[in-house]
Design a protein around this ligand. Structure first.
Ligand SMILES: [Zn+2]
Length: 481
């Protein structure tokens, strides 16, 4: 049974972005973009931008460490999408993700891919500071700053610039890997300038402040975070400053833009505090440090952190009493999910299942719960129920999924496989790959599914139809580039 792990293929497919250029042609030309200042970007092909975004994103995924925690990502996306819905780019599909990195940075790539470094999140004192950075990046997207750069670059193709952007971001973490991307030959010549211009930066601040205000988030957080960056040691903040030139002047201009009126903004959400507490333990190289009361804050967030640190250091048995005590007075989902995590890690699968069943009723469609529940069902040898649950997620709560479809299809494949439904498992994997943009691999999975015995005539028909649709997508992409 051939299950292809995306990781294994990542080296082959993703180490260099040039692959895409080889598969799909020579690259995309943005030469026909309207000139700067033209508000309409009608001629900008969304199909091309989508592929460019996927290319950019997959190159980062192949070369950088991501924070793959579903709860943290769900929080980041909820905050990011709330902001984006108050921007001129509302209605676009945004993708927010987190890189596990000790340096401070945030960036906007093609097709509204917005990355945040874990260190930036951890250094933010409150939600409005994090939101300030996100709003600034969303403004870069809404104002098409990157697309305009591509347009201005004349002869160079957009794919080259997307490669370069990825190489710069990767190179900051791992110079060798960054160099390798550049050496693919496409981008080597033109490493020069991919920074946004000073005008872009001022504009992103101005637009970002508007986004924050309309979202009901205090825009002062943005200025506070910039001031913090300027005051920080250059080594820590350098990456951000390099990609978004920041000056005292820019900060004071942003400050002046913020209304002097005292507006009572709602308090920052507790979710920010939970996500940050979780992230600190998750990315820590010494999680054991947080198992001691003296090293965590007083109060429930500190205790939550301590419990997570116990789980991370294989002492889930010690996490359980901490969390049981906590949840008596603090009815937060973060704490309940951590308790389920601790039960699972401590091999108390029955208790984990009972808790997660309740959570799934209370929070239908919330992906971190669905996936935890699915895994627990599989641990408890209930693959059929897991299949049902995931299908429900796909049918009833599809609108909540956004870019997370691939995660659900991956889990669905595992559930089908555990249930002995090989053809369905292969089909789900094919669907996962198609969602992630690995079209050739997806076709392969559909072929494998078609080779299985006992496919019903209607299954065969469906598999062939979808396979042909993906093939047509490949053809269209080749033609468009
Ligand atoms: Zn910027």
């Amino acid at each position: 049974m051939a299950f292809f792990s995306p990781r294994k293929f990542s080296r082959f497919i993703l180490t260099s972005l040039i692959t895409i250029a080889i598969i799909f042609g020579t690259g995309i030309s943005y030469a026909n973009l309207p000139a700067l200042g033209d508000p309409s970007f009608a001629s900008y092909s969304s199909q091309q931008e989508k592929q460019l975004g996927l290319t950019f994103y997959r190159s980062l995924r192949a070369n950088l460490k991501f924070v793959n925690d579903l709860q943290i990502n769900a929080y980041l996306n909820a905050l990011g999408n709330r902001l984006a819905s108050h921007s001129d780019a509302a209605g676009n599909q945004f993708h927010f993700f987190m890189i596990n990195s000790p340096t401070i940075n945030a960036f906007a790539g093609p097709d509204a891919y917005i990355g945040v470094h874990s260190r930036l999140f951890i250094d933010a004192d409150n939600e409005s500071q994090l939101a300030g950075v996100l709003a600034h990046e969303i403004a870069h997207v809404a104002q098409h700053h990157l697309a305009r750069q591509f347009a201005r670059s004349g002869k160079s193709t957009a794919i080259t610039l997307a490669t370069m952007l990825a190489a710069i971001l990767v190179g900051a973490q791992d110079p060798q890997a960054g160099q390798a991307i550049l050496l693919t030959g496409l981008a080597g010549q033109q490493q020069s300038s991919l920074n946004f211009t000073r005008e872009n930066e001022y504009e992103a601040d101005r637009i970002g402040i508007g986004i924050l205000t309309r979202s009901g988030i205090n825009p002062r957080g943005m200025v506070q975070f910039f001031e913090k960056l300027l005051a920080t040691s250059p080594a820590n903040g350098m990456e951000y400053l390099r990609t978004h030139p920041l000056s005292a002047n820019r900060v004071s201009e942003a400050k002046n833009r913020i209304s002097k009126k005292t507006i009572n903004y709602p308090r920052d959400s507790l979710d920010f505090e939970f996500a940050k507490a979780r992230l600190i333990v998750l990315v820590s190289k010494q999680p054991k440090y947080y198992t001691h009361d003296i090293n965590v804050e007083k109060g429930f967030l500190g205790q939550y952190q301590k419990a997570l640190a116990f789980i991370r250091t294989n002492q889930a048995n010690k996490a359980i009493p901490v969390l049981l005590l906590l949840q008596k007075n603090h009815k937060y989902l973060w704490i309940k999910l951590a308790l389920a995590e601790a039960y699972t890690a401590n091999q108390q699968d029955g208790k984990a299942l009972a808790l997660l069943r309740k959570l799934a009723d209370l929070y239908p469609g919330y992906l971190p719960v669905t996936i935890a529940y699915t895994k627990s069902l599989l641990n408890n040898k209930k693959p059929e129920r897991a299949v049902l649950l995931l299908k429900q997620q796909l049918q009833q709560n599809a609108h909540l999924l956004g870019q997370d479809y691939a995660i659900v299809y991956h889990a669905l494949a595992q559930a089908y496989f555990a249930n002995g439904q090989t053809s369905a498992a292969l089909e789900a994997t094919g669907n996962q790959y198609a969602r992630e943009g690995y079209l050739e691999l997806a076709i392969q999975q559909y072929n494998n599914a078609l080779l299985q015995k006992n496919n019903s005539p209607s299954t065969i028909k469906r598999l062939q139809t979808i396979k042909n649709e993906i093939k047509q997508r490949v053809t269209r992409l080749k033609e468009s580039m």
